[in-house]
Design a binder for this molecule. Structure first.
Ligand code: GUN
Length: 297
């Protein structure tokens, strides 16, 4: 079998179009422009690229982008004061503090100081608890993007066996909650899982989110299964230079799977699209308006 390639780049463009339509309605009918504030500390090149890209796409869908670039040495008190200001600002509907934070800062404390209603990353403990109890919350962007692609490809996920490889707070755990919410039978596998190949072979849906290049080979995949690859790893090419690969070994998995997301061009573009979706959702909720359809879990 040769897998259907799930085109995350194209799907993300349709999500952004829906977000832009909703933004237009908020502006024209209600006189409200959704706003996203992104806070970046320090000069980490990868974080700078992400933040620039987020800002550009925020503006492209018609929203306001507020970028706060702070020194890596910024104190916790200064950062908390900025977040308090953004929490109180009615023009800011979403707040994202780019992670990882410099080592002298307590990430949990910082994230939990964001107003949960503006926590477009879905990392605040209140949102984690709401998601875990099946209540309306802000949902982390990468798992939300994976869920949207799975629903689009399969329709109903009810009764499917899903194995999430990786137990991070950002992807693995919320992904498992979302799949459970869609009535999958869910296993979270991790580095201590016994006989990982046998566990993965049970899966109708495999979500690979471990951050280890090409660690899942095709012979772990049940024929016809769907592989959602969250990994973005840069590796050296034998002929020199580098290339991006996922956590799944693409060629061998694509030969067995029913569907697979490529790297790049799969999950990655969906993450920013879902950040924009979360911002427009947060703005709608803050103003007591109907939420955009198809853009939330
Ligand atoms: N750093 C890498 N990915 C993310 C993300 O999704 N959110 C935040 N806040 N920081 C990140």
């Amino acid at each position: 079998m040769t897998a259907t390639v799930i085109d995350g780049k194209a799907f993300a463009a349709t999500v952004r179009t829906k977000v832009a339509e909703h933004v237009t309605r908020l502006k024209e009918v209600h006189g409200i422009t959704p706003g996203l504030a992104v806070v970046l500390l320090g000069e980490d090149p990868a974080s700078q690229v992400y933040v620039r890209s987020k800002g550009k796409m925020t503006v492209e869908v018609g929203m306001n982008s507020f970028e706060h670039k702070l020194d890596a040495q910024t104190s916790e008190a200064e950062l908390l004061a900025l977040i308090a200001k953004l929490n109180a600002d009615p023009d800011v509907h979403g707040i994202l503090v780019q992670l990882p934070l410099p080592g002298h800062l307590d990430s949990d404390l910082v994230i939990n100081s964001i107003d949960p209603a503006k926590d477009v990353d879905g990392f605040h403990v209140s949102n984690v608890g709401l998601l875990g109890t099946g209540q309306k919350s802000m949902v982390p962007c990468t798992p939300l993007g994976c869920l949207m692609m799975l629903r689009d490809h399969h329709g109903s996920l009810s009764g499917m066996n899903a194995v999430v490889v990786g137990r991070s707070n950002i992807v693995g755990k919320p992904m498992a909650q979302l799949l459970l919410g869609d009535s999958c039978t869910v296993t979270i596998a991790h580095s201590r899982t016994k006989d990982l190949p046998a566990v993965v072979r049970q899966a109708d849906i495999v979500v690979a989110a471990v951050g280890r290049p090409q660690m899942i080979p095709g012979d772990w995949i049940k024929p016809g299964a769907t592989v959602i690859d969250v990994g973005i790893n840069r590796i050296d090419k034998p002929e020199g230079g580098t290339r991006l690969v996922g956590d799944a070994d693409y060629d061998s998995c694509a030969a067995v799977a029913g569907a697979i997301t490529p790297v790049p061009g799969g999950v990655g573009p969906m993450t920013i699209a879902c950040l924009l979706a979360n911002t427009v959702t947060a703005c709608s909720r803050a103003n007591g308006l109907k939420e955009p359809e198809g853009l939330t879990a």
